[in-house]
Design a binder for this molecule. Structure first.
Ligand code: ATP
Length: 256
């Protein structure tokens, strides 16, 4: 239900050699909210995302999703549990069409066995039809209808970023992790992205956690902002609270 924690990160720590990339990080994201994760370069934002999507194994702490610990879940189960993500460097098949990229995202959810049996069984055929319908819905939501048949490589970067969003959404995540969605976008595209992120939450009911350097986007789209610096949470609150926080201002200005 809306308002309860969908995601809870507790005392999460990870080291790379001598570097403590995350140092007892803790915060929660309420179901149905949009949360922003900010911090200067090297603060640990991407490392945290990689822990959430189980690419990295933290040395200490817990991650609870819908109240259940997920650190012991195998990596390939993460999408099925309901966590989707986009990547800073887009994870698309560049020679394939927009529609096929989005559909392939759905096959990942069903697992490798699905591909082997593709179209062989009536149940699979029904699932494939549902997937195609869902792909078209997302393509419409993200204004990609006119380019559905175009190979991704032929599209402008801003359009490719929308394909990446559709690809992540077809797994029907409850939580969507967006890694620098505004990176490389122009001013107008960032404005559109803001309303798309809201649409994703409002129309699809997806909770969103975004890592972003674009302060104006984070502060205007988020209900909650968590600030990291040197692997620690230095502020966690409303955009207004975090924007005015002394530790956050110091972290960005680099002053002592
Ligand atoms: P940016 O905003 O520049 O993307 P960030 O907040 O995402 O930065 P991270 O990329 O998470 O920061 O890096 C946090 C720290 O962990 C850095 O000191 C980085 O060098 C280190 N780090 C991250 N991944 C690895 C790795 N695989 N091996 C060694 N060190 C790593």
């Amino acid at each position: 239900t809306k308002g309860e924690s969908l995601l809870s990160v507790r005392d999460l720590s990870i080291r790379f050699g001598g570097i403590v990339a995350l140092d007892r990080v803790g915060f929660s994201v309420a179901e149905g909210s949009i949360a922003g994760l900010i911090g200067p370069n090297g603060a640990g934002k991407t490392t945290l995302f990689n822990c959430l999507s189980r690419l990295y194994r933290p040395s200490e702490g817990a991650i609870l999703f819908e109240g259940r610990p997920i650190l012991d879940a195998p990596r390939h189960r993460i999408a099925a549990l309901g966590i989707g993500r986009t990547f800073q460097n887009l994870a698309l098949f560049r020679s394939m069409s927009v529609l096929d990229n989005v559909r392939v995202g759905g096959h990942c959810r069903m697992g490798a066995g699905f591909l082997a049996h593709a179209l062989a069984l009536p149940a699979v055929r029904r699932e494939e039809a549902a997937l195609l319908e869902q792909a078209h819905r997302l393509i419409d939501l993200l204004d990609l209808g006119a380019v559905a048949g175009v190979p991704v490589a032929a599209l402008p970067f801003g359009t490719q970023k929308r394909v990446e969003l559709a690809r992540a959404l077809i797994t029907q995540p409850k939580l969507l992790l967006l890694d620098e969605p505004a990176g490389g976008l122009n001013h107008e595209e960032v404005d559109q992205l803001r309303s798309r992120i809201r649409d994703i939450r409002d129309r699809l009911g997806v909770t969103v956690l975004l890592v972003e350097h674009h302060m104006n986007l984070v502060m205007t789209v988020s209900d909650q902002v968590v600030a990291l610096d040197f692997g620690r949470v230095i502020a966690d609150g409303t955009p207004a609270e975090v924007q005015g926080d002394d530790a956050v201002i110091r972290a960005y200005l680099g002053a002592p």
